[in-house]
Design a protein around this ligand. Structure first.
Ligand code: CA
Length: 228
């Protein structure tokens, strides 16, 4: 089931969204305040898309968006506002939103936008056996291939092994010694630098901006961490 968080304090609008998205095949998790939204995100870690109203009783949607983005690069985020000012749109996108819907909107517009964001976040695909799926990446452990957003990325066997190690250890800091031991084996007597060189090359292949990596993050003086 494709799960969506709907954060909107006006119950009539929230039910309107809930009814239409449920009809379109989504499971809707509702929240009326920022605090409730974070509680629901904690209870439902499989929420893939969030619709965030901007004017809320305890916070504003931009702040919620910013906080979600800090923790999750891949959640699809759609801002919702009664205002038509261009400024809101810019602020929303600057805080990390993917799209923007202006009230009032039709059921057709709502579902079209949400369907599009689900396609874009690529989150409708579940992992098959022998696959690890995280964010835009799909690692096939049977034929040792990697896809990013459905596009095959050619990896050397060493790069594949490093990717596998990262994806097996999400958000865990790995020392360069750990990486050398796992990828090259415990009897490898080469320099730690070989890990850095391979990771630099891997970043060029998998990062959107290799000079500003978000997937393979440097842990200064220690090693690296997988950011997903
Ligand atoms: Ca509101």
């Amino acid at each position: 089931m494709k799960k969506i968080l709907v954060l909107e304090d006006e119950t009539s609008i929230r039910s309107f969204i809930e009814i239409n998205l449920t009809r379109a095949g989504y499971e809707v998790i509702e929240a009326g305040t920022g605090a409730e939204a974070f509680e629901q995100l904690r209870l439902h870690p499989d929420i893939q898309v969030a619709i965030l109203d901007i004017m809320l009783p305890d916070t504003d949607g931009f702040e919620v968006c910013r906080k979600i983005r800090t923790a999750d690069q891949h959640m699809g985020i759609v801002m919702l506002s009664a205002k038509t000012q261009e400024m809101d749109k810019v602020t929303g996108l600057m805080t990390g939103a993917d799209d923007y819907i202006t009230k009032p909107f039709s059921p057709a517009e709502l579902t079209a936008r949400i369907d599009a964001i689900f396609r874009r976040t690529g989150s409708s695909g579940q992992a098959e056996p022998g696959e690890i799926v995280q964010g835009p990446f799909r690692l096939n452990t049977l034929n040792r291939t990697l896809e990013k957003d459905g596009v095959n990325i050619k990896l050397t066997q060493v790069e594949y092994s490093i990717m596998k190690m990262f994806m097996d250890n999400p958000r865990k800091a790995l020392s360069r010694e750990d990486i050398l031991n796992t990828v090259w084996g415990r009897n490898y007597f080469g320099e730690l630098k070989i890990a850095d060189v391979n990771i630099r090359r891997l970043r060029i292949k998998i990062e959107d901006d290799p000079t500003n990596p978000v997937y393979i993050i440097t842990v200064w003086g220690f090693g690296y961490k997988w950011g997903l």
